[in-house]
Ligand binder design. Structure first.
Ligand code: ADP
Ligand code: XUL
Length: 542
């Protein structure tokens, strides 16, 4: 369940994809009038999604699988990978509503009708929301600052994290908060609907709340204490967590009879808890320590698996969704594809390229423009998460000694041509600088980079990023329809076959490999510390 669409992917036990369907929220469910899957209020910096739309999308995905001629009697397990941080506010009525899904006589009609009265709020705050500055401050103050909060929860306070969002709801809409019986993440919401009951939160996804104490594996008292409850503690609303990889991957039940009756799903089909999209992504391949996945989708994310719990306000650490004692390090940038597309469009307009969507000229400029350590560009058409910045475009140029800096001197920039390489350089330098504390290789280089997501099909972009990050064994692309959906399909196979081998043995036994990005091995480190230092200095004047 991602921001703009819900995808349904079926794979067999050998990891071979069998079928793939998708529902695009804006296009397939126009009655909800979303734009890119959400409602945005620019003045209030709020971004929210309608929960009933997700229920209609779930019905439509099953419908489309049946339309494809897939016999859902063969389905043995289902799991999911969902946009992180979003919260769903179930009311008391939901116990009965979800129960209906397992009652042959009452499970009639659409999910959105059966569960229509089950929500205290019909909206879910989305990860692009930037409206919780006050609550972020409250959470950090409660534990003694950003560093402390990162030590406890794996991240400093972030606008989009569930804790600040729930606190804002409690402050601004106490009526809704009071009516809330259970707060689900998008992942636990999906698992609940599939199985017809309230369920645990997944041990990986729960770390996206800014409330979960990762080392002590419990809600942090000072943080949940902020909710100052009268009668109904927030921990009751938050509900239980699958406190280890085993529990979070053990099936929570069988599919609700609604899906068996309506779509012919095997009634023995097991539901394995859904996780977040990023934890789902790291389950799509066997990752060794120091391997980095870079997802070049609508947003840009960099993911790394580490055994070291070294929290920092610079990045996020989450529990590994399956393996206890391992962590997922993550950087999440909201500006990725859209920013690159804007530059591509100006380049194509300047050169009268007939196919406005072609990346050919952009890619040509990536190879013909000089690499730079002194020129840094920031391209944030959307509010940025890292660093926390309002929309801006800024270009700076440093003198060779790094002492003086000229801002936005368009005369010395060949525009828009030069922007093609500069945007890739600055996106990659930000990843390099922030990932390095989590990498344990001699020069903090990645061992391998695996590219996934839309722009991973663009070899020129992958190579230009690799030149900044200098992976020891080179970069690879994965021929996957969708990495997070694939990872969650593997998770369902793993969960259904409990008890089974450890995760790494399981995935290694089935996985078939990735394609090398030509030219990405034995790269010389042109950029080095100099470019990283210029980048850090430039970010400070943003
Ligand atoms: P999402 O993150 O929404 O799941 P995708 O991973 O499919 O989306 O990424 C979509 C983005 O990928 C598009 O906005 C587009 O800019 C980018 N993209 C797709 N193909 C290419 C390409 N060949 N070169 C560069 N960017 C591309
Ligand atoms: C991660 C994040 C996004 C969402 C949607 O922290 O906010 O990656 O998970 O993809």
């Amino acid at each position: 369940m991602s921001t703009q669409q819900l995808k349904g992917l079926i794979v067999n036990e050998n990891f071979t994809p069998i079928c793939h369907v998708k529902v695009e929220f804006d296009v397939d469910l126009p009655q909800y009038k979303t734009h890119k899957g959400v409602y945005s209020n620019d003045e209030l910096h709020e971004v929210q999604a309608p929960v009933l739309m997700w229920l209609d999308a779930l019905d439509l995905v099953f419908h489309r699988l049946v339309e494809q001629g897939i016999n859902l009697k063969n389905l043995r397990g289902i799991s999911g990978a969902c946009q992180q941080h979003g919260s769903v506010y179930w009311n008391q009525q939901s116990v009965d509503g979800l129960g209906c899904l397992n009652n042959a006589e009452r499970a009639n009609g659409e999910l959105s009708t059966i569960l229509g009265d089950s929500f205290a709020w019909d909206l879910s705050p989305n990860w692009q929301d930037h409206s919780t500055s006050k609550e972020c401050q409250q959470l950090e103050d409660a534990v003694g600052g950003a560093d402390e909060l990162a030590k406890i929860t794996g991240s400093k306070a972030h606008h989009r994290f569930t804790g600040p969002q729930v606190l804002k709801l409690k402050n601004n809409r106490p009526d809704i908060y009071k009516r809330t019986y259970r707060i689900a993440l998008v992942s636990s919401f999906l698992t609940s609907v599939l199985t017809g009951q309230h369920v645990i939160h997944d041990i990986g996804d729960v770390c996206g709340m800014n409330l979960w104490d990762i080392r002590h594996c419990q809600w942090n008292e000072k943080l949940v204490g902020l909710f100052d409850d009268d009668g109904s503690p927030v921990t009751e609303k938050l509900g239980p967590v699958g406190t280890d990889g085993q529990t979070s991957n053990y099936p929570v039940g069988r599919i609700a009879s609604y899906f068996a009756q309506k779509y012919g799903v095997n009634s023995e089909c097991l539901i394995v808890p859904a996780t977040g999209d990023n934890p789902g992504t790291i389950l799509s391949l066997p990752l060794e320590p120091n391997d980095v996945i870079i997802s070049l989708g609508t947003s840009t994310t960099a993911l790394v698996v580490t055994e070291k719990y070294v929290p920092s306000p610079l990045y996020h650490l989450f529990n590994h969704p399956v393996t206890d004692g391992e962590y997922m390090g993550m950087l999440c940038f909201s500006n990725g594809a859209l920013a690159r597309e804007q530059i591509r469009n100006s380049i194509n307009a300047k050169y009268n390229v007939s196919d406005q969507k072609s990346w050919e000229k952009f890619n040509e400029l990536l190879t013909t423009t000089n690499k730079e350590t002194n020129k840094i560009g920031f391209y944030f058409p959307l509010s940025e998460i890292i660093p926390d910045t309002a929309p801006t475009v800024k270009r700076v140029q440093w003198s060779d000694d790094g002492e003086t800096c000229t801002e936005d001197d368009e005369k010395s920039w060949n525009l828009p041509d030069e922007d093609a390489l500069r945007i890739i350089e600055s996106q990659a330098l930000s990843i390099r600088y922030r990932l390095s504390p989590m990498l344990t290789t001699e020069n903090h280089q990645p061992r391998r980079i695996y590219f996934v997501g839309g722009a991973s099909h663009n070899k020129g972009i992958c190579l230009a990023i690799s030149k900044v990050l200098v992976p020891i064994e080179g970069s690879y692309t994965l021929d996957l329809t969708d990495a997070c959906a694939t990872g969650s399909a593997y998770k369902s196979i793993y969960g259904v076959n409990q008890p089974s081998a450890n995760w790494n043995d399981f995935i290694n036994s089935k996985w078939t490999g990735a394609k090398i990005c030509e030219g990405s091995q034995n790269l010389e480190d042109f950029y080095g510390e100099k470019a990283v230092n210029m980048f850090i200095k430039s970010e400070k004047i943003l």
